[in-house]
Design a protein around this ligand. Structure first.
Ligand SMILES: NC(=O)C1=CN([C@@H]2O[C@H](COP(=O)(O)OP(=O)(O)OC[C@H]3O[C@@H](n4cnc5c(N)ncnc54)[C@H](OP(=O)(O)O)[C@@H]3O)[C@@H](O)[C@H]2O)C=CC1
Ligand SMILES: O=C/C=C/c1ccc(O)c(O)c1
Ligand SMILES: [Zn+2]
Ligand SMILES: [Zn+2]
Length: 357
């Protein structure tokens, strides 16, 4: 039991237009409700989706926009009907902060697929107020959309698991791909991809990284534990891996051909699309028919799966590989992420940053 103080003024870093440049922005949080928790943000990861959103790649962006959906924070206040958390708890908030609770996906505990889902930023809450994300001093979230950060997981380490981690865990679980001995590949070794290698290895898979260059080879094999490495433009390397994979997790964030990767799948293999690409992708039908291959997609994971992946990482001793930066570096970090120059996720130390200029 607890009570919530009145409307809070916070400072975030917002994009003001499609340049995507973030700068300080003062706003008030939405009105609190009985099942809400107030979260003081500690850390927030930078996902490539933050770039898609702030730069209006999908044509649906509203400004000012405070991005950030890999949020770890400390609960500072709880509403009178909050049962799951108390002040002092360290919690995570991800991509979704609301859903209808009555549709089939909501009842099936996969609320990320609810057509009435509310995004943690660039959306409108039930009270009509814009939602704003984790590059800010505080957030308010309904307790259903917060997860417990297990003791044994450092808060900065946990941040990337709230999007990147669950985004790879969810399809592996859903498509029955958690069995040891499978042969999988991760296409695109970035924030999502590096968690893909770690999670798939921890499930006992033989993991191949497919990358656009050989620059990440030593790191992938020695640090992340990948078993094999292919450069996608090397036709000879790609040919040696034909018909060998049970699945490919494709994290490339731009339009790319699918057929070279479909060729790598064995009978019933799955190409699981993760990248947010606002253009049609192409393939000819025999590429899937002759091998009963599937092209599918997956969107983050449920709150339940988010809690699960956190516990999975503790149990398996997995951490994310991160570069911690302060908020005054966020625009450089975003530029570097766009240039494919990050090892492998930036995490902003929000609480340790001066948010006003
Ligand atoms: N479906 C979902 O629920 C989610 C989707 N996403 C989306 O997944 C995508 C990846 O996100 P994230 O991992 O954060 O992004 P990153 O930028 O961290 O990683 C993407 C990787 O793709 C490869 N890549 C980048 N640009 C190109 C290019 N022009 N051509 C070929 N390969 C390229 C690079 O790997 P390499 O150097 O190995 O080639 C890069 O490291 C984004 O579109 C994001 O919006 C993110 C989270 C959840
Ligand atoms: O990073 C998490 C969000 C991913 C995402 C996937 C699909 C889509 O259309 C989006 O707008 C975001
Ligand atoms: Zn994300
Ligand atoms: Zn619903």
């Amino acid at each position: 039991m607890g009570s919530l103080a009145s409307e809070k003024t916070v400072i975030g870093w917002a994009a003001k237009d499609a340049s995507g440049v973030l700068s300080p922005y003062t706003y008030t949080l939405r009105k609190t409700e009985a099942e809400d928790v107030v979260v003081k943000v500690l850390y927030c990861g930078i996902c490539h989706t933050d770039i898609h959103q702030t730069k209006n790649h999908l044509g649906m962006s509203n400004y000012p926009m405070v991005p950030g959906h890999e949020v770890v924070g400390e609960v500072t206040e709880v509403g009178p009907e909050v049962t799951r958390f108390q002040p002092g708890d360290v919690v995570g908030v991800g991509v979704i902060v609301g859903c209808c609770r009555t549709c089939q996906p909501c009842k099936a505990d996969v609320e990320q697929y609810c057509n009435k889902r509310i995004w943690s930023y660039n959306d409108v809450y039930t009270d009509g107020k814009p939602t704003q994300g984790g590059f800010a001093s505080s957030m308010i979230v309904n307790q259903k959309f917060a997860v417990k950060i297990p003791t044994g997981l450092a808060p900065e380490q946990a941040a990337p698991l709230l999007c990147a981690g669950v985004t790879v865990y969810s399809p592996l679980k859903h498509f029955g791909l958690m069995k040891p001995g499978l042969r999988g590949a991760i296409l695109g070794l970035g924030g999502v991809g590096h968690m893909g290698v770690k999670v798939a290895k921890a499930m006992g898979h033989h993991v191949t990284v497919i990358s656009s260059s050989d620059k990440k080879k030593t790191e992938a094999m020695d640090h992340l534990g990948a078993d094999a490495y292919l450069v996608s433009s090397d036709a000879t390397q790609m040919a040696t891996a034909a018909d060998s994979l049970d699945y490919i997790i494709d994290t490339v964030p731009v339009k790319h051909p699918l057929e070279p990767y479909l060729s790598l799948l064995k009978l019933d293999g799955k190409l699981i699309l993760m990248g947010v690409i606002n253009e049609p992708l192409q393939f000819v039908s025999p590429m899937v028919m002759l091998g009963r291959k599937a092209i599918t997609g997956s969107f983050i994971g449920s709150i339940t799966e988010t809690q699960e992946v956190l516990e999975f990482c503790v149990e398996k001793g997995l951490t994310s590989t991160i570069e911690i930066v302060k908020m005054d570096y966020v625009n450089q970090a975003i530029e570097r992420l766009e240039r494919n120059d990050v090892r492998y996720r930036f995490v902003v130390d929000v609480a340790g940053s001066k948010l006003e200029l």
